[in-house]
Ligand binder design. Structure first.
Ligand SMILES: Nc1nc2c(ncn2[C@@H]2O[C@@H]3COP(=O)(O)O[C@H]4[C@@H](O)[C@H](n5cnc6c(=O)[nH]c(N)nc65)O[C@@H]4COP(=O)(O)O[C@H]3[C@H]2O)c(=O)[nH]1
Length: 696
């Protein structure tokens, strides 16, 4: 309750207290208020004005409970004041929350004194020290503490506070269950006392580094815990002003596993799980460093599965994948643990053998690898025969660098392929010459068609009985300005590999048919001549092959029956699903089909029944020996008989002597060709030969 005219009632009080008030005025940083025995303000210094917001003029005469006492405390304050005035019960100094003019809380430490003036009236003076800054700081500190607790509780990391010498002072751990040692046991100790020696050493090293460099450092380590191997990352930082260190330890096992998976994907082949090219070559470079240091030999084996592409194309990629997986297993089975087998890509593998004593040691392992391929591969109930060709290069004889050894092993592997596959070959310097030539041939052949470097020679074929010319075989010749004459045996396989055989083969078909037309019209006779043309396996992959042949026949105005296409077993073994279809379509057109080089390779009789052949050509390697060698003679005799029983016409290749001719005639051979009659000759010469021959 406010009094009506407070100021006039209080005037005498000011006079009395003037001296005292002058003193309080001097300490204006703290709030001092004076109250009369009815709790009316008789003194209000500058500090009070600042703290509570009331000016001196506003405050003087007001009762304390109307100014700064919050409503709920009013009764208590009035009572306490009355007790002090009347019963001398002192109000103790305490921390209390009052309120300012705007109703805001004001936290103060309030001390009180009671005077009795000369009129025997009690006057209370309150000295209030503003605690708001202290309170704010306390609130902040407690908030920070709470926040830290929450953070420590929420983060699964382990925190250690350490002296600079590594003694652990304090820790925070949200979960102590899975730890190597309970953090409590760390307190007062160093890492060396509680962790395995190797890990403790790492801590010591990094603590020294952090102190020396004055920067945060981190490192990784692993610990074998009861539930398995756990990977950690420790971060150490210096708390500069306190000469202490903070160590934060994080369980990174999951991240480590994820990293491992990524690393595995980057270094291992996802299909076979073998080291991929990248890792295998890295291992090779490590191997070379070791071999050099220990003065040892090492071997690099380049392994390529034979005809894998064809298998993949014909059986499908799923089967191909399964074969690759099993191949990888078989290779691993043949090797020691510290040897490496990697997949370079596709059907190429690399094997690295360390610490081999000599070539013989490498040879034994190479043979073992090939042997492991002998048993058929079983995929989805079907058996498949898969073989491999291996090239071997030895360190240091065949190279001292990754690139050299790899290239030379590859060269040797090509050599093994040319030996007929399913075999191995050790690198020799001579091979490099071969490879070099191969590259030049390849390069020169690219534009040879455009440069008109190819020419067809023709070798006549004769009726064995009456020695009449019945036809010819077209044989390709290549004269190159750089290489000179290159034999078909050398350039045809390269043309096959590069695919150049497709355009070259078309040139042959078209040229041979045009020549046949010229020949048939020049040397007119009742029975038409035939023209035999060789077809390579690769040409069967050309979807336009059939239509090209048909067009060429009509362009050259030649009957299909006059064309004979010679194919080898290679075409049939290429496993191309559409080979049967193409061969059937070829014969349906009326074109003759001839099985070339019979007697070499597998010479499977089943092919003759399975495919629609009209002609069988006995390879000249058999004809060579028929006069001298009874076995060859009997074999040729059997081939002729069998062919006739299948309705096939038999042509003998490479007839070089009169005796061979006579014997083959006796054995019932139908047609012949060979140097005895004529070598393959250019077109013009052939026409002369044919005309002169017919006149005889
Ligand atoms: N020692 C000896 N050899 C004889 C005798 N009679 C013929 N020859 C040779 O035997 C080969 C017969 O051809 P091939 O077996 O089809 O074997 C051919 C054939 O597989 C291939 N070839 C040739 N021209 C072509 C072609 O245009 N396309 C394809 N794809 N291959 C071809 O190259 C192979 C070799 O051809 P050439 O060097 O012309 O060799 C020819 C021929 O010159 C003989 O009495 N004694």
């Amino acid at each position: 309750m406010k009094s009506d005219n407070p100021t006039s009632n209080l005037t005498h009080q000011f006079v009395i207290n003037d001296y005292l008030h002058q003193l309080f005025d001097a300490v204006n940083v703290i709030s001092v208020q004076g109250y009369d025995n009815e709790r009316r303000v008789i003194y209000w210094n500058e500090g009070s004005e600042r703290l509570y917001g009331y000016t001196k003029e506003e405050a003087i005469g007001q009762k304390i409970e109307d100014l700064i006492i919050p409503e709920p405390m009013c009764e208590f304050v009035i009572e306490a004041h009355s007790d002090w005035v009347k019963k001398d019960i002192e109000i103790p100094a305490s921390e209390i929350i009052l309120q300012d003019k705007d109703g805001n809380n004001v936290s103060v430490f309030s001390s009180h004194v009671m005077f009795t003036n000369q009129y025997n009236t009690k006057q209370m003076y309150c000295i209030d020290i503003d605690l708001s800054d202290v309170k704010k700081a306390q609130a902040e500190a407690s908030f920070n503490e709470d926040m830290l607790k929450t953070i420590f509780g929420a983060i699964p990391d382990l925190f250690f506070l350490m002296e600079n010498d590594g003694t652990i002072l304090e820790y925070h751990a949200s979960n102590e269950t899975d730890l190597y040692t309970k953090p409590k046991q760390f307190i007062g100790k160093k890492m060396g006392d509680v962790l395995p020696e190797e890990v403790a050493k790492k801590f010591e090293t990094y603590i020294s580094l952090v102190l020396e460099k004055e920067q945060m450092m981190s490192f990784k380590y692993e610990l074998a815990l009861l539930h398995g191997l756990v990977f950690f990352e420790a971060r150490i930082n210096k708390i500069t002003e306190h000469n202490q260190l903070m160590v934060i330890i994080r369980d990174i096992t999951e991240q480590h596993k994820a990293d491992e998976i990524i690393r595995h994907q980057a270094y291992y082949d996802s299909l076979t799980l073998l080291p991929n090219r990248f890792l295998a070559l890295d291992r090779l470079s490590q191997l070379l460093i070791e071999a050099q240091r220990n003065n040892e030999k090492a071997a690099v084996l380049f392994l390529d599965l034979d005809d894998f592409k064809k298998i993949n194309d014909s059986l499908g990629h799923e089967t191909g994948d399964k074969l690759l997986i099993e191949s990888a297993q078989r290779l691993q089975e043949a090797l020691r643990k510290d040897d490496t087998v990697g997949r370079l890509g596709g059907d190429e593998f690399i094997v690295l053998l360390r610490g081999i004593t000599d070539h013989h040691a490498a040879l034994k392992i190479t043979e073992k690898l090939l042997n492991n391929f002998r048993a058929p591969f079983k995929v989805e109930g079907r058996e498949h025969i898969l073989t491999a060709s291996i090239g071997v290069a030895i360190y240091p004889e065949n190279g001292t660098t990754v690139a050299d050894l790899l290239r030379n092993a590859d060269t040797a592997m090509y050599q093994a392929k040319s030996y007929g596959r399913n075999t191995y070959s050790f690198f020799t310097k001579k091979m490099n010459v071969i490879i070099q030539r191969r590259l030049v041939i390849e390069e020169q052949m690219r534009d040879a068609l455009e440069r008109n470097e190819f020419e067809l020679f023709y070798q006549p074929q004769f009726d064995a009985k009456n020695k009449h010319i019945i036809g010819a075989e077209a044989l390709l010749r290549w004269h190159n300005p750089v290489l000179g004459n290159v034999t078909p045996d050398e350039f045809i396989p390269i043309a096959e590999n590069t695919g150049l055989i497709v355009p070259i083969g078309k040139f042959v078909i078209s040229q041979a048919l045009h020549f046949l037309n010229t020949w048939q019209s020049t040397c007119k006779r009742q029975q038409k001549y035939t023209m035999a043309v060789n077809l390579s396996p690769r040409q069967f992959r050309d979807v336009g092959l059939l239509s090209f042949i048909q067009n060429s026949l009509s362009e050259a105005n030649v009957n299909p029956e006059s064309l004979e296409l010679e194919i080898t077993e290679g075409v049939l073994m290429s496993c191309h699903t559409n080979v049967v279809d193409i061969l059937t379509e070829i014969t349906a057109l009326g074109i003759y089909l001839s099985m070339d080089d019979f007697g070499t390779g597998y010479s499977s009789l089943s092919y003759l029944r399975e495919y629609p052949f009209n002609v069988l050509k006995i390879d000249r390697s058999f004809i060579d020996g028929i006069v001298l060698n009874n076995e060859d003679c009997n074999l040729v005799k059997a081939i002729i008989a069998m062919s006739h029983s299948l309705g096939l016409t038999v042509v003998a290749e490479g007839v070089e002597t009169k005796e061979q001719h006579t014997l083959l005639n006796e054995l019932g051979c139908d047609f012949m060709q060979g140097f005895y009659f004529s070598k393959p000759i250019p077109a013009e010469q052939f026409l002369d030969f044919s005309m002169n021959f017919d006149k005889k």
